[in-house]
Design a protein around this ligand. Structure first.
Ligand code: SAM
Length: 308
């Protein structure tokens, strides 16, 4: 029996053949994308460009990310090199391509109740303390998810609040989710998740209680959706327009920035945090040596930061 390659070339399988069988010429598999290779000069060009847009630092060893994440865009834009693509993005007055490039280069990995501990901390320590302090005072309690991705983090906070305060809280709460990715913030504001996303971090009981099925997807119920507002925001920019927050979640985003940018980011966060406010960062992150204005504190298994 002769085997056939995808290019439909018979392979000689006879053990007695004197000469080695000629190597089959590999033809592209129909529908398979041809990857445009990036040159070292183009790596530099794009790394600088992307860094300038969102502060994401693409290390030389990770330059393959440019090829893998931008390949589809190059194909859609019919560009046969990264240089052509660069000029096309730069000359797009609508900035649509630039936004798409940022969407492609950001890592939006997230899940509901990610790492569990921050939400236990919120429920058992932070929120009761904040409510006590605010008792009888005017003004909203403001909570910010500073890189909210597709919304799972801010909705986990909203669900925690809902479970603590019931359906008609007398406390004035304002939850804000921001992210630099247009696509992520759009999904966050719709609150619609596919089967894979909804199954990550949400037990059945919460799923049934706070989401409604909508075709193949699940939509967050209005009672939770309406607790949060969303906006596009670049953490590399000025925080002057933001006002002050009682609680800030800034998790798993600073890991993509240079050390210098991390220092600047947490300085700006310190400026917008209320004097007795709370900062929660990612489980693998630390502010030691990054921002001396913060002190780490522990509650049970969770670490949080407060201003000195
Ligand atoms: C890995 S997700 C983290 C989501 C969520 N905080 C969590 O921990 O599950 C990182 C998010 O940071 C966003 N991001 C990256 N650079 C940013 C910037 N300069 N300003 C705002 N958001 C940024 C990305 O778009 C992405 O959605």
């Amino acid at each position: 029996m002769s085997l056939t390659t995808p290019g439909n070339i018979s392979r000689n399988t006879s053990p007695n053949s004197a000469a080695p069988a000629p190597k089959p010429e590999l033809k592209p598999i129909p529908g398979m994308r041809k990857t445009v290779k990036i040159t070292p000069a183009e790596v530099q060009l794009f790394s600088k460009y992307i860094y300038g847009l969102c502060g994401i630092n693409i290390e030389a060893s990770k330059s393959y990310l440019l090829e893998t994440r931008l390949g589809r865009m190059l194909e859609n834009e019919k560009c046969d090199s990264f240089t052509t693509f660069y000029h096309k993005i730069k000359s797009d007055p609508s900035k649509k391509l630039e936004h798409q490039m940022v969407d492609a280069m950001t890592t939006n990995e997230t899940l509901f109740f990610r790492d569990t501990n921050p939400f236990e901390l919120l429920k058992h320590k932070i929120l009761p303390e904040v409510f006590d302090r605010r008792m009888g005072k005017s003004g909203a309690i403001r909570i910010w998810s500073a890189a909210c991705s597709t919304g799972q983090e801010i909705y986990s906070i909203a669900i925690t609040l809902r479970e603590l305060l019931g359906p008609t809280p007398t406390i004035n709460l304002k939850l804000m989710g921001t992210d630099i990715s247009d696509a992520a913030i759009k999904q966050a504001s719709y609150g619609v998740y596919n089967k894979f996303e909804i199954e990550r971090g949400l037990p059945q009981e919460r799923l049934q209680r706070y989401f409604s099925p909508s075709g193949e997807t699940w939509r967050i119920k209005d009672e939770i959706r309406s607790m949060a507002s969303f906006q596009k925001f670049n953490l590399m920019g000025s925080f002057a327009s933001l006002g002050k927050f009682d609680i800030i979640f800034c998790r798993n985003v600073a890991i993509y920035f240079t050390f210098e940018d991390r220092v600047k980011l947490f300085e700006k966060i310190a400026d917008v945090l209320e004097p007795d406010g709370y900062l929660i960062i990612g489980a693998t992150e630390s502010l030691t040596g990054v921002c001396p204005r913060f002190v780490p504190k522990r509650h049970l298994k969770a670490i949080f930061y407060q201003l000195k």
